[in-house]
Design a protein. Structure first.
Length: 106
């Protein structure tokens, strides 16, 4: 893995089931069809927080290669994605580059 795209998202009130179905069955496969994007794992932001959170959902997409190339490929292809009305416009993405190897507890 060369890095990850971290997406924070919210859905319209009461539409969680429809949002998650769209995200898992439509959106993730569309994003994974973009060349440098090689994996995805989704999360629901836990209620067990030490500070207020602004978003309920998190997706971490893995990419290989250069961060700018992954971003550009995603932006180029995103105009063809089938977006859902349940996705709120406050979603945002952050791109991170690998800094070192993954370290696990022993």
């Amino acid at each position: 893995m060369s890095g990850c795209l971290i997406v924070f998202a919210n859905c319209t009130d009461g539409a969680d089931e429809e949002f998650n179905r769209w995200y898992d069955e439509v959106h993730v496969p569309e994003v994974l069809s973009v060349g440098p994007i090689v994996g995805c794992q989704r999360f629901r932001v836990s209620d067990a927080q030490s500070m207020d959170q602004t978003h309920r959902y998190l997706a971490i997409y893995e990419y290989e290669g250069d961060a700018a190339e992954a971003r550009d490929a995603l932006l180029k292809d995103s105009s063809t994605f089938n977006m859902s009305d349940t996705l709120l416009s406050d979603a945002f993405m952050s791109i991170a580059e690998e800094l070192g190897p993954r370290v696990a507890s022993s």
